[in-house]
Design a protein around this ligand. Structure first.
Ligand code: ZN
Ligand code: ZN
Ligand code: FE
Length: 749
C-alpha cells in the first residue's frame, strides 16, 4: 500500500529529509519525501508491518536537533508499483509557502572531531553541518536556502560543493557549509594591521584575557564582551564599560567539570546545559568566582561553549571560566555589526574581534532555570527562536505588540504562534528601532500580512502607540488586551487549555481596567474574558516608576497604609527626613498611582529586611529576598483570604519579628511560605466556588524558584492541577503570546 505521512515539528533545515531518505533506503521502502507548509511529508510504499517499524525508527533515530511535534498517518491507498525508488522531491504545495526556520544550533561533536581530521577544515572555526551551525541568525528570506542567507556571499569551494550535494554526507544541503578555503573568517586590527590569521588572533585574545583585559568578540547572534571570570580587575573594567552597576554577568565554563567546581549542577541541569540550544542556566553557586560577577547573589548564570572559538579559548587559557556577557551598553540592543561594535566599544576594550559572516537577525543567549526539576525559560532567544508553538486555534494574520519591558512580539500563521527573539526594554530609541526592524523582518520572513493587531491597554507604551500608528495608517483593526489576562493566556496557550481556569498572575506592573496599577491578581478566566476574583489591597506607589527603582519607598508606603510604625533598623538606614518626604508625597497624592502589584510587594519586603533599598536592575530586590530565605523554616504569617487581600497582620508580625531581632533569613523564608500558603488557600476556595479544577500561575514573580517549587509541592499534595509557564516565559516575554491567544479567541472567523 501507499501511505501519506505528515510529520510536524522542527523538521526543516536540520537534515530530516536525508535522514528519511537513508532510512527508507535501508529498509527497502520506496516513495518520496518533501518539505511542506507545516512540516515534512512522506509518501511511502510499504506493508502494514513495515509502516509500524518505519514510524518507530523515524521517532527513535531522527537527527539530534529534529523535534517531532506530531505524526499524522493519512490516506492509505491500496496500490503499489507507483514508485521505483525513494527520492527527495521539491515541495508540492510550492516552496513559497514554507515558513519553517530552525533556531541556531551549537557546534556538534561530529564537527568538533572533523576540525581535527578533515584536511580542508583543520581548526576551522566556522565549521558546521546539518546537525549544527547558524540558522535563524543568518536567514534573510525563506525557504531556508543558501541564497537566502548571509553566507550567500561566500562561494563554496569544490570540496564543500561535493559534500553539499552528497546525500550520504553530513553536510548534504547544510546551507552554511564552509571550510578554510571558502568560508567566513575572524579578523581584527592587530597593532594597526589587519589580520585574519586565526592562530594569531587566538593567541592575541588569550594573552589579553591573561592580562586582565576585556575583549569584544562577534558571536552567533551578536557581540559578546569577554574577560577572565576570576579576575576582579577585569570584571570591574567590564562593569565600567557596560555602565552596569550590579546586574549579574553570565559565565562560560570550559566544561562540565570546571562548572561543577563552581556551581551545583543537577543532572537535569546538565541536560539543558549541554543541549544543542546551549542556553545560560541559573545555578546555585558552590565556589566564588570574581565577586563582581554577581554581587550579593548566590546564583550564577552558567553556559558551556557553543562555538568552535569557545573551545579553542578554553584549550589555551589558564582560567576555568570566562565572563560572556552580551555586547551592548546597558539597555541597548546587542551589537551585531563591526560598526556598531566599534561605536560602542572602540577605545574601551583591548581588542575587537570581528568575523565576516553577517548576522541578519540579532539573538542574545537564552536564559533558563529549573523549577521542580524541569526547565523554565526566562529569556527566549538563541537556540529557541523562531521555533513555533502549535496551537488548536486559527491564529492567521494576528500580530501582537506586547507591552514595554522585556519586549517580544508575536505573529500568528495558520495554527502556529511565532514569538520573536528577546528585544529588551523599549524605553530607548535604539531598542525601539531594533523592535521595529525585527518586526518588519519577521513579517517578510514569514510572508505575514497582519489582519488584526493586538496591544496592551496602556496608552503610554511605545509598543501600543506603534500599534496605533500601524492600525491607522493601514486601516487594520486593533484590539487592546489587559496585561494580566495576557499573562494568563500565555500559559493557557502553552498547555492548550481552552476552558475556564483559576489564574493567579503576580508581576511588576500592568494597567488594570479601573485605571490602577495591577499586579497581584486572582482571575477566573478563559481565553476571551476574565473576572477579577481578588487582588492585593491597593497601596500608593510613591513617585510612580521611581517606586520600582527604589524599593524602600514601597516599604514606607505599606507601613503608612496599614498604620504601623516602621522598624527601627529601617528608619535608621533610610533616615527620618526621606521617610517624611514620602509621607507628604502620599498625603498630597503627588504622583502616587495605586497598585496591587505583587512585584512591588516583594520589593517593599526586601527593603524592609535591609536587602535592597535601591535596585540597580529589574527584579533585583525580589531575587535578593528569595535568595536570603533559609531552607528549614516552615512557619507562616497570618493573612486573610479576603477580597481584596489585606496584609496588615503580616506586616505587623514582621515588625514584631524584626524587633525581636529574628534572623532575616527566617523572616524571608516565612514570607515565601506565607505567599505559597495564601495562593493555595485562595485557589482551593475559588476552585470550590466556581467548580473549576485547573489553576495556572503566570507573571514574572513566579520566576521565584523557591515560591514556585513550594507551590508545585503544595498543589500536588492537594491533588489540584497546577500549570506553570515553562516554554513561554512567565515574565513579560510571554505577553505577546497571550495577546495573540486572546485575540484569536475573541475574533469571529
Ligand atoms: Zn556539526
Ligand atoms: Zn570549502
Ligand atoms: Fe507583566
Amino acid at each position: 500500500m501507499v501511505v501519506k505521512i505528515l510529520i510536524q515539528g522542527l523538521v526543516q533545515g536540520v537534515g530530516f529529509r536525508p535522514f528519511v531518505y537513508l532510512l527508507a533506503k535501508a529498509m527497502g521502502v520506496k516513495g518520496e519525501v518533501s518539505n511542506c507548509v507545516n512540516g515534512v511529508i512522506i509518501q511511502a510504499e510499504l506493508t502494514e508491518q513495515q509502516l509500524g517499524l518505519f514510524i518507530h525508527r523515524i521517532k527513535k533515530e531522527c537527527p539530534p536537533v529534529a523535534t517531532i511535534h506530531r505524526i499524522d498517518i493519512g490516506e492509505k491507498a491500496d496500490r503499489s508499483g507507483c514508485f521505483t525508488d525513494f527520492k527527495i522531491v521539491k515541495s508540492q504545495s510550492g516552496e513559497a509557502r514554507i515558513t519553517q526556520v530552525a533556531p541556531d544550533i551549537a557546534i556538534c561533536e561530529g564537527c568538533l572531531q572533523d576540525r581535527k581530521t578533515q584536511l580542508h577544515r583543520i581548526n576551522y572555526p566556522f565549521i558546521n553541518c546539518t546537525h549544527c551551525g547558524p540558522r535563524f541568525s543568518i536567514v534573510k528570506n525563506l525557504p531556508y536556502d543558501r541564497d537566502n542567507t548571509t553566507v550567500s556571499v561566500f562561494e563554496m569551494c569544490e570540496t564543500c560543493k561535493e559534500e553539499y550535494k552528497n546525500i550520504t554526507d553530513r553536510r548534504f544541503h547544510a546551507q552554511p557549509v564552509a571550510c578554510n578555503h571558502c568560508g567566513p573568517v575572524y579578523y581584527a586590527i592587530l597593532n594597526g594591521e589587519y589580520s585574519d590569521n586565526y592562530e594569531e588572533l587566538l593567541n592575541k585574545t588569550v594573552n589579553l584575557i591573561h592580562a586582565g583585559e576585556v575583549i569584544a568578540v562577534k558571536g552567533v547572534g551578536g557581540y559578546h564582551l569577554v574577560c577572565d571570570a576570576l579576575n576582579d580587575k577585569a570584571v570591574q573594567k567590564l562593569r565600567a564599560i557596560k555602565y552596569r552597576d550590579s546586574k549579574p554577568f553570565a559565565v562560560m565554563f570550559g566544561d562540565l567539570a570546571a562548572l561543577e567546581e563552581y556551581a551545583y549542577c543537577h543532572e537535569k541541569e546538565e541536560e539543558v546545559l549541554t543541549s544543542y540550544r546551549r542556553p545560560i542556566i541559573m545555578l546555585k553557586q558552590r565556589k566564588t568566582l570574581s565577586h563582581g560577577i554577581n554581587p550579593g547573589m548566590n546564583t550564577v548564570g552558567a553556559i558551556l561553549p557553543y562555538m568552535a572559538i569557545h573551545y579553542d579559548w578554553f584549550e589555551r587559557v589558564a582560567t576555568p571560566a570566562l565572563v560572556m556577557t552580551s555586547g551592548n551598553l546597558s539597555e541597548c540592543p546587542i551589537a551585531i555589526t563591526p560598526e556598531e561594535a566599534e561605536l560602542q566599544f572602540g577605545g574601551k576594550v583591548a581588542l575587537l574581534l570581528h568575523h565576516n559572516r553577517a548576522i541578519y537577525n540579532r539573538v542574545d543567549d537564552s536564559i533558563e532555570q529549573l523549577i521542580g526539576l524541569e526547565s523554565c525559560i526566562i529569556r527566549r532567544s538563541r537556540g529557541y527562536v523562531p521555533e513555533p508553538f502549535f496551537t488548536d486555534e486559527d491564529m492567521e494574520g494576528i500580530l501582537a505588540f506586547r507591552a514595554e519591558k522585556t519586549n517580544v512580539f508575536a505573529l500568528g500563521k495558520d495554527n502556529i504562534c511565532v514569538l520573536s527573539q528577546y528585544i529588551g526594554d523599549l524605553k530607548n530609541w535604539e531598542t525601539f528601532s531594533f523592535y521595529k526592524e525585527s518586526m518588519s523582518r519577521f513579517q517578510s520572513l514569514f510572508r505575514f500580512k497582519p489582519k488584526l493587531l493586538v496591544c496592551d491597554m496602556h496608552p503610554d507604551y511605545l509598543s501600543s502607540q506603534h500599534a496605533g500608528t500601524i492600525s491607522r495608517e493601514n486601516e487594520i483593526p486593533l484590539v487592546q488586551v489587559q496585561h494580566h489576562h495576557a499573562h494568563a493566556a500565555a500559559c493557557m496557550l502553552e498547555y492548550n487549555l481552552n476552558e475556564k481556569v483559576i489564574a493567579i498572575v503576580w508581576d511588576g506592573v500592568g494597567l488594570g481596567d479601573d485605571g490602577n496599577v495591577w499586579g497581584g491578581e486572582f482571575f477566573l478566566c478563559d481565553r476571551k474574558t476574565y473576572i477579577r476574583l481578588s487582588h492585593f489591597e491597593y497601596v500608593p506607589m510613591p513617585g510612580g516608576d521611581m517606586a520600582s527603582k527604589e524599593p524602600w519607598r514601597m516599604a514606607v508606603s505599606y507601613y503608612l497604609y496599614y498604620g504601623l510604625t516602621l522598624p527601627d533598623s529601617f528608619v535608621k538606614r533610610i533616615g527620618e527626613e526621606k521617610i517624611k518626604q514620602i509621607r507628604s508625597v502620599i498625603d498630597k497624592n503627588l504622583n502616587c498611582p495605586l497598585t496591587s502589584s505583587a512585584g512591588r510587594l516583594f520589593d517593599g519586603l526586601a527593603s524592609l529586611l535591609g536587602l535592597c533599598d535601591v535596585a540597580t536592575h529589574q527584579a533585583q530586590a525580589a531575587v535578593l529576598l528569595e535568595q536570603s530565605a533559609s531552607e528549614e523554616i516552615t512557619e507562616i504569617y497570618p493573612v486573610d483570604c479576603s477580597s481584596p487581600i489585606c496584609l496588615r497582620e503580616m506586616f505587623a508580625h514582621i515588625l514584631t519579628d524584626m524587633e525581636k531581632n529574628a534572623s532575616i533569613h527566617n523572616i524571608a523564608a516565612k514570607i515565601h511560605n506565607t505567599f505559597a500558603d495564601l495562593i493555595l488557600r485562595m485557589a482551593k476556595k475559588y476552585c470550590k466556588e466556581t467548580g473549576v479544577n485547573k489553576v495556572i500561575l503566570s507573571g514574572g514573580c513566579f520566576q521565584n524558584k523557591r515560591l514556585t517549587e513550594l507551590l508545585l509541592k503544595l498543589f500536588s499534595k492537594e491533588g489540584i492541577s497546577l500549570y506553570i509557564p515553562r516554554r513561554i516565559p512567565c515574565n513579560d516575554g510571554g505577553i505577546a503570546a497571550g495577546q495573540l491567544t486572546i485575540a484569536a479567541a475573541k475574533i469571529e472567523r
